[in-house]
Design a protein around this ligand. Structure first.
Ligand code: G6Q
Length: 549
């Protein structure tokens, strides 16, 4: 891969940034805007239909220069090239990281182990399109001859968050005569509610699991199978009502799904980077193949921008570098993601996995030793304006620094145009208020009573990025997701961590397996955990049915 690079804190740009931070940490955004009347136009960048205003960040031209230098010192360019060339940059799993191949146009070639993967990508997309068209046209009939009106995606983590987020985001583009639901949690309530009121004869299950062994998904898939067989009275009904999305044909077959009804993907697609692979089948069923391909075009446009644009104008690189700036120099612990559209209600949750599972790491790729600096921040958020009426208080006046991304669209999706002006006025006002605040003098001049004034002061100097697109479409959604994928990539490259493994998640996957039989056994399970876990299990066994455990 890349040549060995100096540890992060010894890179020249890092040291320069440390010194520079001491000079600028007290500087107020008010001052920066006063010093440069064109700042709001200069600190902006635009690509793939997205406009980024990063002027309300606590940076100067020098900060930007040093951050870009840090990217260079960290070998970001070489890492980007290695990813796009299909090199095995996921070192701990010895895998290529090629979600960018999922949206590469036909005819371009990307090789993994000598084999061009782009034709396979398009073969699966064609198969998905054919299937989605048949279901949407009513040509794919269920066991009792009815057309499919309900689609239930069963999957968790990367096999759920993207599909649900994209479905909600693109509802105006979706087939409204059909119902789409998502079952992820092993909590039976999830399945019960998702199937409530549905006719099994009109219901299609999409079992989405890369491994096809995940406890939650397999449990829900078995329950779905029983629900269907009970409802339709025949075991062979499964064939018309179940399809699988997986990399594991053997397990799919074992479950009883014909591999002709399986949509494949590859080990070089990470779960949280898979919403544009066959894992997006439920999205395609909802919005149709053309809109799905538009979404892929949006992803691809941002990929090309990331691959080719100089870092000073490179949206994902800039966002990633700004995250490093606040995370490692200002000591900020979190990043808020506030989409100003209800259609992106699940976007913060989607980004939570994308960023926290990717960059919640603590081992340096070169030295294999714990890093001596902070890595991935906590990601959280809610749509504006709702958030404004709850937790924004802490962002405005609390003691913590919380950089936020405010995401908005110039054209409304809903026909209620006045609502949209109000919504966007709030986005602009929040970014303004967070940056510039309100001083004691201003409050006094406005007639604030003296006893209240100190409590009403808003210091400002709270950084935001504003991301604007013309409208929320399949294409702009694709660009937006790719923007954050590559933002995460940039951060991981600077921190020199593996953004593409998830050993913590793997641990979680096996832990419960030991306890399941202890909960289910009829006789005393002879517990051998710590005293807290033992007591909790005993209590659960006792109270679960009211019987003696
Ligand atoms: C994603 C993670 C994880 C994964 C789920 C589901 O990057 O690895 O969230 O997507 O655990 O795994 P399966 O798709 O294998 O069921």
């Amino acid at each position: 891969m890349t040549a060995t690079i100096a540890p992060l804190t010894e890179r020249p740009a890092w040291k320069a940034l440390e010194a520079h931070y001491q000079q600028v940490r007290q500087v107020h955004l008010k001052q920066l805007f006063a010093d440069d009347p064109r700042r709001g136009e200069r600190f902006t960048a635009e690509a793939a239909g997205l406009y980024l205003d990063y002027s309300k960040n606590r940076i100067t031209g020098e900060t930007l220069k040093l951050l870009v230098q840090l990217a260079e010192d960290s070998g970001l360019r070489a890492r980007i090239d290695a990813m796009f060339r299909g090199e095995k940059i996921n070192l701990t799993e010895k895998r290529a990281v090629l979600h960018v191949a999922l949206r590469t146009p036909r005819g371009v070639s990307i090789r993994v182990d000598g084999q061009d993967v782009v034709p396979e990508v398009h073969a699966v997309l064609d198969k998905m399109s054919d299937f989605a068209n048949r279901v949407r046209r009513g040509a794919w009939l269920g066991h009792t001859g009815k057309r499919m009106k309900n689609v239930i995606n069963i999957g968790i983590g990367g096999s759920y968050l993207g599909p649900e987020m994209a479905y909600l985001a693109l509802r105006p583009y979706s087939e409204r005569a059909m119902t789409f639901r998502f079952v992820s949690n092993v909590d039976g309530a999830n399945f019960t509610e998702a199937t409530h009121g549905l006719d099994p004869g009109e219901t299609l299950f999409v079992i989405s699991s890369k491994t096809f062994t995940t406890l939650e998904t397999m449990t829900n898939a078995q329950t779905a199978r029983q629900w269907l067989i009970q409802g339709l009275g025949r075991e062979d009904a499964v064939a018309k009502h179940f399809v699988a999305v997986s990399t594991n044909a053997r397990e799919v077959q074992k479950f009883g799904i014909d591999t002709a009804n399986m949509f494949g993907f590859w080990d070089w697609v990470g779960g949280r980077y898979s919403m544009d692979s066959a894992i997006g089948l439920s999205t395609m069923l909802a919005v149709g193949p053309e809109n799905f391909r538009e979404m892929l075009a949006g992803f691809h446009a941002m990929d090309e921008h990331f691959r080719t644009a100089p870092f000073e104008q490179n949206l994902p690189a800039l966002l990633g570098l700004l995250t490093v700036w606040y995370n490692n120099f200002f000591g900020a612990q979190t990043v808020g993601i506030m989409p100003y559209t209800a259609y992106l209600a699940r976007f913060p949750a989607y980004l939570q996995q994308l960023q926290m599972e990717s960059n919640g790491k603590h081992v340096d790729l070169e030295t294999r030793r714990p890093v001596s600096y902070e890595t991935g921040p906590v990601i959280w958020g809610e749509p504006g304006t709702d958030g404004q009426h709850s937790f924004y208080q802490l962002i405005h006046q609390g003691t913590k620094l919380i950089p936020c991304d405010l995401i908005g669209f110039c054209q409304p999706v809903s026909p209620l145009a006045r609502h949209h002006d109000l919504l966007m006025a709030n986005l602009f006002a929040q970014a303004e208020a967070l940056a510039f605040g309100k001083t004691e003098e201003e409050l006094t001049a406005e007639g604030s009573p003296a006893f209240q004034t100190p409590f009403r002061v808003c210091e400002g100097n709270r950084p935001t990025n504003v991301i604007l697109a013309e409208s929320l479409t399949p294409r702009s959604l694709g660009s937006l997701v790719a923007l954050y994928e590559h933002n995460v990539f940039t951060q991981g490259a600077i921190w020199n961590i593996d953004s593409f493994d998830q050993w913590g998640v793997e641990l979680g996957k096996v832990l419960a397996k030991r306890i399941i039989p202890e909960l289910e056994s009829a006789s005393d399970p002879g517990l051998n955990h710590d005293s807290s876990t033992n007591a909790l299990i005993r209590r659960y066994r006792r109270l679960r049915t009211g019987a003696q455990g």
